[in-house]
Design a protein around this ligand. Structure first.
Ligand code: AMP
Length: 305
């Protein structure tokens, strides 16, 4: 059974202190699907684009073994667009604009052959759409959800409904504090887990990620990168690598989730090396394995002298 992915597919204008790019391929489910495709396939993508969406991107999705039966292309419609500007501290970014366009009236229709999917990634998109997707699935076993500060701000009730139904919530540190209304991350994690998800992952940008279960915490290091070119999509690449590795291995033990967190971090590190999705294109399994091992070396130590 495939891995179902829903989220935004869009065109981004991105400005970093080093460069800027317009109309670049982006969107949460774009990054998630591409990263997931290195672990499992075909990835089942559910989303919407306008008629202005370049055919070359559709072709690229197909080349990455992404099943597009759940992709709607709206005649005369405009694709989702987002603009972001990063500060010198690349952990800080401002949203310059968000144009929902075809997402405004999007009614996600899950193709019959996707309805039985057991593993689901709800990429960042309006929580109402995440709920619409969940309502159409027959018996999902493992639901991973990503979200952002905007939805905590303007759609908290819907978001809380989603959170109640998911197994893993992935958010960054500032969103965790905002959602829990608690400044301490460890306390915030407790509050959020009580909202529903058995597992919580808090991403800390270039400082790694924390995985929480009822009685365990795992802290994954961040990859020490000298050149971060464009952090856009890092969170989505993390979610894709994490979930697709679990889908591939079908092992949901805490030990395997730790590996999944490191695969997620490895995929995020590739993503930020280039603008848009370029860092995720044409990776080899060898490159992914090498980076996974580098992560392992980063935090391995011997207790004896
Ligand atoms: P990340 O850097 O992981 O937060 O993901 C960035 C991607 O999320 C960009 O490619 C945007 O197109 C997309 N994005 C930004 N804002 C939203 C939003 N409000 N809803 C859905 N997707 C968004």
């Amino acid at each position: 059974m495939g891995l179902l992915v829903v989220g935004s597919i869009g065109l981004d204008d991105i400005e970093t202190p080093f460069d800027k790019i317009e109309n670049a391929l982006g969107g949460s489910s774009t990054y998630i699907s591409l990263t997931s495709s290195y672990f499992t396939g075909p990835v089942q993508l559910v989303g919407v684009v306008g008629e202005d969406f370049d055919e070359k991107y559709i072709k690229m999705f197909e080349d990455y073994n992404i099943d597009l039966e759940g992709l709607q292309i709206i005649k005369g419609g405009k694709t989702f667009r987002w603009g972001g500007k990063y500060h010198y501290d690349l952990n800080v970014r401002d949203t310059l604009f968000t144009e929902l366009n075809v997402f405004e009236n999007f009614n996600p229709i899950i193709p019959d052959k996707f309805k039985k999917s057991k593993f689901v990634i709800l990429g960042n998109i309006m929580p109402k759409l995440q709920l619409d997707v969940l309502d159409q699935l027959e018996d999902p076993k493992f639901i991973v959800c990503d979200t952002m500060n905007l939805w905590i701000d303007i759609a908290k009730d819907d978001l809380l409904e989603v959170i109640k139904r998911v197994h893993v919530l992935i958010i960054n540190d500032s969103e965790a504090r905002m959602l829990a209304e608690e400044p301490n991350l460890i306390k915030a994690a407790k509050v959020i887990r009580e909202m529903g998800p058995e597992f919580l992952i808090i991403k800390k940008g270039e400082h790694g990620a924390l995985l929480f279960s009822e009685d365990k915490i795992f802290s994954a290091p961040a990859y020490p990168m000298e050149d971060i070119y464009d952090p856009t999509g890092a969170g989505d690449s993390f979610a894709g690598g994490f979930t697709a590795f679990l889908h591939k291995t079908q092992d949901l033990s805490f030990e395997n989730m730790k590996r999944a967190v490191v695969y997620g971090s490895a995929m995020a590190s590739f993503c930020v090396e280039e603008f848009s999705t370029i860092g995720l294109e044409d990776l080899s399994q060898l490159k992914i394995q090498d980076r996974f091992r580098e992560f392992k070396e980063l935090s391995r130590f011997d207790e004896n002298e």
